[in-house]
Design a protein around this ligand. Structure first.
Ligand code: HEM
Length: 271
């Protein structure tokens, strides 16, 4: 969240309230809210929108080198401005899309590191494999597990016709386990050659705008964690790491871990 706060050009000290708003923003994805919770989500959502509108006004007055300034200065090909609604939609998407998915991606990759014997040792020995590790975790855990689409025409797939104007739910997570594309799909394979060809960031016009940033954040997180710590393990052996109920996002409720300092880190501390 702090990375995105800085990129948007917002004060770093606001990252905690932004994190709170984005956590609340995704609550409806659980499809299990009481009317009181719906009211709460709506009020917090308006607070986020008012915050972003004020920030965009500020960027119009005092342009800086950041994403929000770029947004308020952007024009369509015919020279017209984006509507407030469009700018707000983009800013909200950037804040929420950047936080939830990346934090869940990092947490679930840590869970995979712990649950798959031998992976941590191999990554310590061959840090270049962290890239494949990250792609395999995105493929197997798919933080955005699915999204809705509306068909604009009749679509035939596998001898089934989906009529135009149908609402369909694309399961990126299911496609990512297609054995015709990924042999032994359930295996976290550090030697998989096509590991990055997954659907975790969707495809074509909907492809995630933040995918390069997300990949960079995940890669750096594990590079630094593995440089500094070792023997990652669950803090409580008996814990069952549940997921937040919901169809679109895949999120752990929590993850408690323990680890020891890596030798190199201990040397640095001693020095
Ligand atoms: C592991 C991390 C991430 C995952 C798994 C992820 C996943 C996705 C997916 C699946 C979509 C397509 C949604 C659809 O099909 O309708 C998407 C769109 C988007 N993502 Fe991400 N995302 C991640 C990180 C980020 C980050 C860091 C940013 C911000 C810089 C971001 C910003 C966006 C935006 C703005 C869109 C909308 C693109 C558009 O419709 O033009 N995402 N993301």
């Amino acid at each position: 969240m702090s990375v995105m706060t800085v990129l948007l050009g917002l004060p770093l000290e606001d990252h905690e309230i932004l994190k709170h708003w984005t956590d609340v923003w995704v609550l409806p994805f659980s499809h299990a809210m009481t009317p009181e919770q719906e009211m709460y989500v709506a009020k917090e959502g308006i607070a986020l929108q008012q915050y972003l509108l004020a920030a965009m006004d500020e960027k119009r007055q005092n342009p800086k080198e950041d994403l929000l300034t770029l947004l308020v200065q952007s024009r369509r090909e015919d020279g017209s401005e984006l509507t407030t609604h469009e700018m707000l939609g983009f800013a909200e998407q950037a804040v929420v899309g950047a936080n939830e998915t990346t934090q869940n991606g990092i947490a679930m990759a840590m869970q995979m590191l712990i649950e798959n014997p031998g992976i941590e040792e191999r990554l310590h020995d061959e840090p270049a494999k962290i890239r494949t590790f990250v792609e395999e975790c995105l493929r197997l855990q798919s933080p955005t597990a699915g999204m809705y689409r509306t068909t604009t025409c009749d679509v035939e797939m596998h001898a089934v016709t989906i009529p135009a104007e149908s609402v369909v739910h694309l399961r990126f997570a299911a496609g990512n386990r297609d054995e015709r594309h990924f042999p032994e799909p359930g295996k976290l394979d550090l030697d998989r050659r096509n590991a990055a060809s997954h659907l975790a960031f969707s495809q074509a016009v909907h492809h995630c705008l933040g995918a390069p940033l997300a990949r960079l954040e995940l890669n750096l997180s594990f590079q630094i964690l593995l440089e500094r710590r070792k023997n990652f393990r669950f803090a409580y052996a008996e814990e069952n790491y549940d997921h937040v109920p919901g169809l679109a996002l895949r999120q752990l409720e929590y993850l408690w871990i323990k680890s020891d300092p890596a030798e190199a880190a201990m040397d640095t501390n001693a020095a």
